[in-house]
Design a protein around this ligand. Structure first.
Ligand SMILES: [Zn+2]
Length: 77
């Protein structure tokens, strides 16, 4: 995962979709953005994102990132 920051402020996270569809996912981390996510753990190798990531387009993957690991949501429809 790549986290873009400006000074002390994290403003975006980007990573390749874990389902291997090859698409790049970019998430806003600034509170002013909508939707936005929070990195509840900023450890570079074990980030935790909140809330879950749900792609509305493409592969429609729905998953959590906890401590750097992807946990798939089962209630996907
Ligand atoms: Zn995907």
């Amino acid at each position: 995962m790549v986290v873009a920051r400006e000074g002390d402020e994290l403003w975006a996270a980007a990573f390749m979709c874990p389902c291997k569809c090859g698409e790049r996912i970019e998430l806003a981390l600034i509170p002013e953005a909508s939707p936005s996510w929070r990195l509840t753990s900023a450890a570079p190798k074990a980030p935790t994102l909140h809330p879950s990531v749900w792609r509305k387009v493409g592969c429609k993957s729905h998953f959590w990132v906890r401590k750097g690991k992807v946990q798939w949501c089962k209630e996907q429809s």
